[in-house]
Design a protein around this ligand. Sequence first.
Ligand code: SF4
Length: 119
Amino acid sequence: MNIRKMKQEEIKKLINSKEFSEIYKTLDKESQKILKPYIKDRKIPIINKAKSLGKAIKEWVSHGMPEVTEKQYQRRLKICQGCEFWNNNTCKICGCTSAKLRLSTSKCPLSPPLWDREI
Ligand code: SF4
């Protein structure tokens, strides 16, 4: 996918697509940079939020439902709150809220992640 050649309308369509969070992870740094201004206003479809949460919960359960310590949670929260993709208690890349930060098995969807699994 060549983001550099895409028209504004095509970019907006991509940003709001169901597949966006998976596609975003595969893009090079320059392409991600082009998309950044559009991401803040991204409207994450409810189905994507449910899918993302379902995936996180499934992995969490398969590892015995471990939770991070309060200190680890606060560290993750601080990173997200300082991230340009955090808006209204929601990550605009994966669609998850701060509840996901409590799960030891979860990680930031960026590549490389800004915070990682604690298992
Ligand atoms: S999970 Fe990662 S991308 Fe999402 S808001 Fe937090 S630091 Fe940013």
